[in-house]
Ligand binder design. Structure first.
Ligand SMILES: [Zn+2]
Ligand SMILES: [Zn+2]
Length: 202
């Protein structure tokens, strides 16, 4: 999928940078060097936002518009992950495996695990029990692994987009093959998009 620059977002990010650097200069003149340094640092970090946060594209799997393409990006509609490479936006390779469990799938009431290793995608032979305890929820989950791997998954929480503070549990895994099988097993609605692309390729 081609990546476009959103001029509105570019302008917004640029204004943030100018505002922070302007404030930093003002604090510098007023002798508040620590504050000035911090503001300048945030200003420089925001330049990264101008670089990658102002780009938009469409999800290659379901077509939804995606914004803020920093690092690995999860589509809010079909949950597929993708990233920018050489000016284009691609879905991750089916055999993608992360160094750490960073592919995060929000968990609903259905928590069926596919019979694959969550660290490499090979057939699973055993399960490691994970546990999460939060104010909003607490539960155990058995993460399937092959004989070679441990620690391919992690339970965490993330805030529900647009709903303030409430947290939702997420299962973080290393293997994208496991991740996609998990979408199929637990989100028939989202999996229908993945099925469409498979059909068009096959
Ligand atoms: Zn999508
Ligand atoms: Zn494995």
């Amino acid at each position: 999928m081609p990546v476009h620059r959103s001029w509105l977002r570019t302008l917004a990010w640029t204004l943030i940078v100018l505002l922070l650097l302007g404030l930093a200069a003002f604090m510098g003149f007023s002798g508040e060097y620590l504050v000035a340094g911090l503001l300048a640092l945030f200003g420089l970090l925001s330049i990264m936002g101008v670089g990658s946060g102002s780009y938009i594209t469409n999800c290659p799997v379901c077509g939804k518009e995606l914004r803020g393409l920093i690092g690995l990006k999860r589509c809010p509609q079909c949950f597929c992950y993708g990233k920018v490479a050489e000016g284009q936006y691609y879905e991750l390779e089916p055999n993608f495996v992360g160094q750490t469990p960073l592919l995060a799938l929000p968990l609903g009431s259905r928590r069926e695990m596919p019979p694959l290793c969550c660290a490499c995608g090979a057939p699973a032979v055993r399960a490691d029990r994970l546990r999460i305890i939060r104010v909003e929820f607490a539960f155990d989950l058995d993460a399937p692994h092959c004989a070679l791997h441990t620690g391919g998954a992690d339970l965490a929480s993330e805030s529900i987009a647009g709903k303030g503070n409430p947290q939702t549990p997420v299962l973080k895994v290393k293997s994208y093959a496991f991740y996609k099988a998990c979408i199929k097993a637990n989100f028939p609605g989202a999996a229908q998009y993945a099925g469409q692309t498979n059909a068009s390729i096959g």
